[in-house]
Design a protein around this ligand. Structure first.
Ligand code: THU
Length: 136
């Protein structure tokens, strides 16, 4: 199936930064590309650490780039990784996305040797807790 121009741009951004991933321990390089409310694409890769729990996921890196770039809301996100199975965001990253994305935002998970899986954030994180639950 042919990708839209937006998804092609997000795919290419995710793949470009995946090539820069620092994943010497898992050897599982992941890239994430966010289309933000400002129309720009912010990308990030996973960054592992010898103290394993200190590693960062690609999605967390992409969110950091978006915030550093001055944007606040995610419009669409594309995640790429190796293999044929869709590389879906981990549980922690689903919650990280929840902070900056509406539940109807599209999340595309793509093991690049297979087909992309297109879901909403709500499908990935049903019955979720978010910022609006906290008193202002
Ligand atoms: N990883 C991500 O960066 N994002 C995901 O959605 C799944 C997993 C990373 C974490 C770790 O560096 C490697 O993939 C193996 O789990």
């Amino acid at each position: 199936m042919s990708k839209t121009q937006t998804d092609q741009a997000l795919f290419e951004a995710a793949e470009a930064i995946r090539a820069k991933a620092y994943a010497p321990y898992s050897r599982f390089s992941v890239g994430a590309a966010i289309l933000a409310e400002d129309g720009k694409i912010y990308s990030g890769c996973n960054i592992e650490n010898a103290a394993y729990p200190q590693g960062n996921c690609a999605e967390a890196s992409a969110i950091a780039a978006m915030i550093a770039g001055g944007a606040r809301r995610i419009t669409r996100i594309y995640v790429t990784g190796p293999g044929t199975a869709p590389v879906t965001p981990c549980g922690g990253c689903r919650q990280r996305l929840r902070e900056f994305a509406n539940l109807d935002v599209t999340v595309i998970s793509h093991g690049v040797d297979g087909e992309p899986l297109v879901q909403t954030l709500e499908q990935l994180l049903p019955h979720s807790f978010g910022p609006e639950y906290l008193p202002k």
